[in-house]
Design a protein around this ligand. Structure first.
Ligand code: ATP
Ligand code: MG
Length: 246
């Protein structure tokens, strides 16, 4: 279970004006959920996922992964908790100088996993994401959908229990989007991975999420089961997102 309590993050611009990118966010995500977080550009989605993946330190609040509060930098269990998390970044963030095999192997190499075990795992993942024939290719030779599948395979390398995906299909056409979403569904079903998807696209939420939270100006304005929230939207932002998504 991921439990976010009263999370805040404030940024300051060059004129020292403050901006509440996350303004008292509380949210619960249960094990095995495919949980969508939807909001418009600038709503705070990437900031939230960066706090969840420890790339950003919140100003206050707590993020419990199981029993461990990862917003507490002094917590000694942080490292073992982060091994349970994989992140697919907005934009693919692949290593352009490395081939696909080495991109996927990267998190395993830095964790000193033995060469044989790495080879076995990378080949498993290449098969899972349907890129077995591309292991020697370099990222520049791949399509956007293929790069996204490499990014997903890399995020899964250490067999995480939680997969965080920031706009996993925003640059992709509808058919490729469907293939990526089918892959995420397969991962959720096969490994019971909890998947958190950040997006601004309502159709993506409708296609694979069980639950959804709507974020606007750093606040969660509505959340619940996808059909409840979309059939009975209460907040104006939710209504607008639904209207735009038709
Ligand atoms: N490092 C930073 N310094 C200052 N302000 C920032 C920083 N990162 C984000 N912000 C601001 O915080 C707000 C939230 O940004 P964030 O990247 O979380 O939005 P987002 O919902 O992911 O948007 P998008 O859909 O465009 O990716 C924005 O107003 C942004 O300008
Ligand atoms: Mg973003």
């Amino acid at each position: 279970m991921i439990k976010i309590n009263n999370l805040t993050k404030t940024y300051f611009d060059e004129n020292n004006n403050n901006y509440h990118a996350l303004n008292n966010i509380s949210l619960e995500i249960e094990d095995g959920d495919i949980f969508g977080i939807i909001g418009m550009s600038g709503a705070g989605k990437t900031t939230l996922i960066r706090c969840l993946s420890h790339l950003e330190q919140p100003d206050s609040g707590a993020i419990f992964i199981g029993e461990t509060n990862i917003a507490d930098v002094n917590n000694k269990k942080l490292k073992s908790v982060f091994k349970k998390m994989g992140v697919v970044f907005q934009g693919y963030n692949l290593l352009e100088q490395e081939n696909i095999y080495d991109n996927i192997a990267f998190p395993l190499k830095i964790n000193n996993i033995k060469e044989d075990a790495i080879k076995k795992r990378v080949h498993e993942l290449l098969n899972l994401v349907n890129l077995a024939d591309k292991e020697k290719s370099y990222p520049s030779k791949l399509s956007g959908g293929q790069k996204q599948r490499v990014a997903i395979a890399r995020a899964l390398a250490s067999s995480p229990e939680i997969l965080l995906c920031d706009e996993p299909t925003s640059a992709l056409d509808p058919l490729t989007t469907k293939s990526i979403l089918d892959l995420l569904l397969k991962i959720n079903e096969k490994y019971k991975t909890t998947i958190v998807i950040i997006t601004h696209e309502i159709r993506l939420i409708k296609m694979i999420c069980d639950k959804v939270a709507v974020i606007s100006a750093g606040k969660i304005v509505e959340n619940g089961a996808v059909e409840d929230v979309f059939l009975n939207p209460r907040n104006d932002i939710t209504k607008m997102l639904i209207k735009e998504g038709l």
